[in-house]
Design a protein around this ligand. Sequence first.
Ligand SMILES: [Zn+2]
Length: 268
Amino acid sequence: MNKVEYELMTIGEILEAKRHASLAFVPVSPIEWHGPHLPVGTDGLHAHHVAVRAACELGGVVLPTLFVGTETIRLPGNDSEQLGALGLDDDARVVGMDLPGFPVQSLYFEESAFGVAVRELVRALAADSFRLIVLANGHGAVNHMRTLERIAREETRRDQTTVMSLMVWVPPPPPNRDPGHAAREETAVMMAIAGEHVRLDQLPPSGVPLRYAEYGIVDGPAFDGFPTSDFTVPPHADPRSATPEEGEQILVREVQSAVARVRQELRR
Ligand SMILES: [Zn+2]
């Protein structure tokens, strides 16, 4: 396997990689609460893993993961992403996945500061003559993704440098939109990537319901505005039913999708 992780490469290896493909992946995601059972770096580890596999197929390099990302305060109401969809009161103060009473906080950046951090890295890579810069993202917050899309468009100079924002999650089949948070699929992905860091023993035994507000584990439909009636994770999204085999199947689809999208951009 080619060496693609930038921080491990020597100058000669970087020049050789660039001759092959002037392509840099930048994995970018926050440190964030992911239930009691997944590492706080889950989104960045996921983005980095997909980027490394894509770079092994396409060429190019993968920058060290930028563990920054942004979130917003949850609004009152029962619609998508709102407090009521998680079974929380309208006066609760919740930013992202930091639900009331959680003992460890996520390390979100304010949106503009996040934008500055990403833009600085993109500009440095563009100045170093990378032609295609791919912001590989594993975090689903709407304002986080919008910031990456915006920077990608603003920093693209056709005939010089193209910047693209790549969500590594392949979206669930419609009408669903959100892949969920720390639920079965994400747990399966982490089992496949770094199984030794997944601690299902930190969850109650199977059969004990997992309340969204208590664990910060949420199925995709709940985030879309369609929670279960008792605000607990439904059986189909239960992280305790995750397997590394399913995680690897998901990763294969994600890598295929990432390779296809980046290859299309490389051809332009
Ligand atoms: Zn996540």
